[in-house]
Design a binder for this molecule. Structure first.
Ligand code: GRG
Length: 292
């Protein structure tokens, strides 16, 4: 990976982790321990990085509490992973290279961890020190829609229904768009909203986020069949074993690669209309290089 990109990602990751560490306190001791275990135990922090770097691309300086919005995105993402790993869902025992939250703390507490992280996310945004409340409202609205029954939760429901179903391009795109792309799209849109982007710019950012979100999930699907668990930090080959509807299942590996590349190229071309987009474009390319 590009040395500068790696360093910049690491710096942003460290900022986000320090903020997440400050945000998770209070409540019953065992619950907060489990919440901190789930959130602070690794992860690429892609969504917060996308949010912060989109904000930087558009704003002269970081004047709004975008670090709190970025942290909220990670709280929602982590809630979805904790719930997804539960025995009634994907039933996984490895996440981010460690035992999953329910394996370590029990199913009931893991369920509550997810509930608590979701609510904490919105609380963090509305309690932050905004100079323009309208921007906070836009971020909350964007996140609530992305995490809703139409998007993240709806995508998970479609995913459960689709296990063992006949492979279809429309179906796999609908699932991935809702389950994965929605939150990645929201990360980029919230970065723009917190910087006061115009409605037109927010719409363009949404299209870019959609492309990157789909590319990210296609790459994730391909890695699931091509990499071992030790490299992934989660159980490899789960999709095939669970007869999941994935891009490789529908298109094969080579065509999946090509589709991911096409989404990334289109996202970079669209980003090119912003003069300070180089770092975000490098990050978009990095999503594809995970395949190499
Ligand atoms: C349970 C409401 C609910 C939703 C679950 C997140 C999710 C939806 C399912 C997890 C399984 C899966 C393949 C999700 C697609 C999104 C995805 C690739 C998640 C993993 O994201 P990374 O790679 O994880 O960014 P880290 O650990 O780096 O944060």
């Amino acid at each position: 990976m590009d040395h500068d990109l790696q360093g910049a990602m690491q710096d942003t990751r460290a900022r986000v982790e320090a903020r997440l560490d400050e945000l998770l306190y209070g409540g019953p001791e065992r619950l907060i321990e489990a919440m901190r275990y789930a959130v602070l135990g690794g992860g690429k922090r892609l969504r917060p990085i996308l949010c912060l770097w989109t904000h930087d691309m558009l704003a002269e300086r970081e004047s709004e509490p975008v670090l709190d919005v970025a942290s909220a995105l990670e709280l929602i993402h982590t809630y979805s992973l904790v719930h997804d790993d539960l025995p009634c869902m994907d039933d996984d025992d490895l996440r981010r290279g460690r035992p999953t939250c329910h394996v370590r703390f029990g199913e009931a507490l893991a369920l509550l961890v997810g509930d608590a992280l979701l609510n904490r996310a919105y609380e963090v945004i509305v309690e932050a020190d905004w100079s323009e409340r309208e921007r906070a409202w836009q971020c909350v609205r964007t996140l609530a829609a992305a995490a809703s029954h139409r998007q993240l939760v709806g995508g998970q429901a479609l995913d459960l229904e689709a296990e063992g179903a006949a492979p279809s391009a429309e179906r796999v795109e609908a699932i991935h768009s809702a389950k994965t792309a929605a939150l990645i799209r929201a990360s980029i849109v919230c970065g723009g909203a917190s910087a006061g982007a115009t409605p037109d710019a927010l719409q363009r950012l949404g299209h870019i986020g959609q492309r990157l979100g789909l590319a990210f999930q296609i790459v994730d699907d391909v890695l699931d069949v091509t990499r071992p668990s030790e490299q992934l930090g989660k159980t490899a080959g789960k999709d095939v074993n669970a007869r999941k509807l994935t891009y490789p299942a529908v298109f094969g590996i080579e065509r999946s690669h090509r589709q991911a590349r096409a989404h990334i190229d289109a996202a970079c071309a669209a980003l090119g209309s912003w003069p300070r987009s180089a770092r975000l474009q490098a990050l978009a390319r990095w999503i594809g290089t995970r395949l190499h």
